[in-house]
Ligand binder design. Structure first.
Ligand SMILES: [Zn+2]
Ligand SMILES: [Zn+2]
Length: 299
């Protein structure tokens, strides 16, 4: 008898325009979600028996004498703790990457995490998965523990990993298609039109949405008209949705989450993001901004 191991099932729905997507419902009230902030847009999210890391595995530490990167990131000992998969970063089921910018993903950091963890599935854009090919201990893992997700704007792919149902939503990166130029520093890795995925994760009655570096544009969300009906528990949203005109309205009308985590601020602009949130408190009553690395909140 043939033994078929199905650790991951990737279902390509490729929804363009309105219509099918996740179905509303589920026992949201029973859900208790724990979120651990790492840096930038990096979080570990636990619900029931499931744990995911999103945009958490990157290392922006630079050699001594080099100017530090503006993007928020963990110090070397924090990176070591994370990529060593020591508690509480063990027993993670899925590692999700929104795109291949180095403030969201660096291949070495992710590869070392995957070696230490030993069983998680990592899903990301083609460039993310290809960048892991040079690590010998991940040889042969493509299609098994390394899952390529290739969605264009408006498409949805579905990934089933143990108790998790994970939807990859094709939403473009901020700056892409704005007429401001597609390359920020001359390298393809810094293109604003880089492949980009927003992740919608369902497990044990919890639903969370992580937008990555999503573009603030109604047209990006018009392609997913079913989002507000899902009763998303937490939406992780980049701070420019708060600072730019129309962002708060878009959050409430086109996503309608119960709670919001504002992310991707840095140490220079965090105070102004906090102030702006207080000015918008009436419209975003359940929005929060984390502060310190490894800070934990329950929702
Ligand atoms: Zn980016
Ligand atoms: Zn970014």
């Amino acid at each position: 008898m043939a033994i078929v191991s199905i650790a991951v099932v990737l279902v390509v729905i490729s929804v363009t325009g309105s219509g099918s997507g996740p179905v509303a419902g589920g026992d949201s009230a029973a859900c208790g979600i724990e979120v651990v902030f790492l840096a930038g847009e990096g979080f570990m999210i636990s619900c029931g028996h499931s744990k995911v890391l999103i945009d958490a595995l990157f290392d922006l530490n630079v050699p001594e004498g080099t100017p530090p990167r503006a993007h928020g990131h963990l110090p070397p000992d924090g990176v070591a703790r994370l990529e060593g998969a020591s508690k509480p970063f063990d027993k993670v089921d899925a590692v999700l990457v929104t795109h291949r910018h180095d403030d969201h993903f660096t291949a070495g950091c992710a590869a070392r995490y995957m070696r230490a963890n030993g069983w998680a599935v990592l899903a990301g854009t083609p460039a993310v998965i290809e960048s892991l090919a040079e690590y010998p201990w991940l040889a042969g893992e493509k299609g098994e523990r390394l899952v390529t997700v290739d969605v264009s704007a408006g498409e949805v792919d579905t990934l089933i990993v143990d108790g998790l149902t994970i939807y990859a939503l094709g939403i473009r990166h901020t700056g892409c298609g704005s007429g401001t130029g597609v390359v920020t520093d001359g390298t393809p890795e810094r293109s604003q039109c880089i492949d980009h995925i927003a992740w919608l994760v369902e497990t044990d009655g919890c639903r969370i949405l992580h937008l990555g570096d999503a573009k603030l544009a109604a047209e990006e969300f018009d392609r997913f008209p079913w989002l507000p009906g899902l009763e998303i528990d937490i939406a992780f949203i980049p701070y420019w949705f708060l600072l730019q005109s129309g962002g708060v309205d878009l959050i409430n009308r086109r996503i309608a989450p119960r709670s919001v985590v504002l992310m991707h601020w840095n140490r220079w602009n965090r105070d102004s993001v906090v102030e702006e949130l207080e000015r918008n408190r009436e419209d975003l009553p359940h929005a929060v901004i984390f502060g310190e690395a490894f800070e934990k909140k329950r929702f």
